[in-house]
Design a protein around this ligand. Structure first.
Ligand code: SF4
Length: 508
């Protein structure tokens, strides 16, 4: 009998990438209800909700960073694991060709993108046997921005704002609070944490990530850990990090803690940070046929309830205070902008992330960047009818470009940088010096921002791979918030300071 295992894996990948699980949706609805109307966090959450609905409607990736595919399998004794892995890899290739996954697997030595999401270590597949005749497959798609916000503490240690963290559950509590504070908006808050107490450096991170396969609303069977999770959730939102680090009432939508035994000399606390685009689903398959018997985390017979109420309207909701920017921008226009201004960009925009920044440090730009808007973005792009169509295009984490950004502003005359999570002191000084701004777009809102792209006018440096190439986009009413201006002000610094002061109040 022909197995449907490949089809089931392709369906699992597609639905996981495009349809947020019900428990995450419920937590995000609670977050939306808690943020007062018209605040920056409320506006960002509305864009996120619109994006989640759009992803379902067009079966497109919720976020352009479709992450590291991590499969956890439980298989009957005697199942052919080599064949299953091959089938999973084939499904990954097909999902990439269909634009459900972005080509995300990069050779760490050469920087070459494999183009099909396969390569050493990609995808991650863990298999264990169980005593049942069916197959269970769980999948987590976790992107780079939140992966970079993971952190591991070795206790005892000194933590900024919190003092000493001892080898106690209170020390663990401090580490978890610190992890949320240090991530700010870089991991696309509000996020969810998987935490492991103990283990070694490797098993600790693995166990922390495995906690993300628990539902956000479950209860830890270990009463001590259940209490710790509940303490975190009842206090962490007082930090005021808010959505995308804009400041606000909700910084975290879940905290799941596990524990492993450790060596007497070691006491690690490993934290796996996942973003609001928390893509995790699973299926139970018929062991013989490979067909889907049931889904985990979702009931396919229950209609997906939209995040935005019917009639609530789609897209960015104007307040009348928005400032229109039409590149190329002049210095006076940009110097007039202040932190907190909301802008709508209409006109040309060029993408550029890690490889483009490294390139521009050694070569002249392939296009004239004077007055330009440079977008930190690695989009999902499909070739169609001899042209290109962007199917997902949210911002990537900007802080990675901190070593280069100020120099690129100085050399080439870029007037606005768009990204997420903010940048550091060197960029802030560069913005002030040349007269430029940093615009924070809403991380993960890949479908929302793809809709603002009217067309692709061209591409440079395609040899760097589609996410890393410089795409020449024409956008219309692309919304973003000025979070770093040309006067030396940074909303990111302000929120980090204020939330740091609140962190101090949670010391005891
Ligand atoms: S939502 Fe943000 S952190 Fe999450 S995968 Fe997308 S860009 Fe990365």
């Amino acid at each position: 009998m022909e197995s449907r295992f490949f089809d089931s894996m392709l369906e699992l990948i597609t639905v996981t990438s495009t349809n947020l699980p019900p428990d995450v949706r419920a937590a995000m609805r609670v977050a939306m209800a808690r943020e007062p109307d018209a605040t920056r966090s409320a506006q960002a959450l509305t864009i996120i909700a619109d994006n989640v609905d759009e992803a379902v409607a067009c079966e497109g990736p919720i976020c352009q960073d479709t992450g590291m595919p991590t499969f956890e399998l439980k298989v009957p004794v005697g199942a052919n694991q080599i064949w299953m892995r091959e089938q999973i890899e084939a499904a990954i290739v097909e999902a990439t060709a269909r634009g459900k996954l972005r080509p995300n697997s990069v050779d760490s030595i050469t920087g070459q993108n494999s183009g099909n999401n396969l390569g050493p270590g990609t995808p991650i597949v863990h298999v264990e046997q169980w005593a049942r005749d069916e197959i269970e497959v769980r999948l987590l798609l976790k992107g780079g921005g939140c992966e970079n916000s993971n952190v591991q503490y070795a206790l005892p240690c000194e933590l900024s704002h919190l003092g000493r963290a001892d080898r106690t559950l209170d020390g663990v509590r401090k580490c978890i609070l610190h992890a949320v504070w240090q991530a700010q908006g870089k991991g696309c808050s509000p996020g969810a944490l998987g935490v492991c107490i103990g283990g070694d450096r490797t098993s600790g991170y693995l166990h922390a990530k495995q906690q993300l396969f628990r539902t956000l609303d479950d209860r830890n069977p270990d009463e001590r850990l259940a209490e710790l999770e509940s303490t975190i959730m009842s206090t962490v939102n007082g930090l005021g990090v808010g959505t995308m680090g804009f400041g606000g009432q909700v910084s975290l939508i879940g905290c799941k803690v596990g524990a492993l035994n450790r060596l007497p000399a070691s006491f690690f606390v490993s934290v796996a940070y996942d973003c609001w685009a928390f893509r995790r689903l699973g299926v139970v398959l018929d062991g013989e046929r490979g067909t889907i018997r049931s889904w985990l985390y979702r009931d396919p017979d229950v209609a997906v309830e939209p995040m935005l109420a019917a009639g609530a309207g789609r897209g960015y909701r104007r307040t009348g205070q928005e400032i229109t920017l039409t590149p190329p921008l002049d210095e006076a226009t940009v110097r007039a902008l202040q932190v907190g201004d909301i802008v709508l960009v209409s006109g040309p925009m060029f993408t550029g992330r890690d490889a483009v920044h490294a390139y521009l440090m050694k070569h002249d730009p392939p296009v004239d960047l004077r007055g330009a808007v440079l977008y930190h973005c690695g989009p999902v792009v499909m070739q169609e009818d001899g042209g290109w169509r962007v199917t997902a295009a949210g911002p990537t984490t900007s802080i990675r470009e901190e070593p280069y950004q100020a120099e690129i502003l100085r050399r080439y005359g870029v007037r606005a940088v768009v990204g997420k999570g903010g940048m550091g002191a060197r960029t802030l000084a560069g913005l002030q010096e040349v007269g430029a701004v940093y615009l924070n777009a809403i991380g993960g809102a890949a479908q929302f921002y793809a809709r603002t792209i009217e067309r692709v006018d061209g591409v440079s440096l395609l040899e760097l791979g589609t996410p890393e190439a410089m795409w020449h986009l024409q956008v219309k009413e692309f919304p973003a918030i000025v979070t770093m201006d040309a006067h030396g002000n940074s909303l990111h610094e302000l929120v980090a300071e204020e939330s740091g002061a609140r962190l101090e109040m949670l010391r005891a």
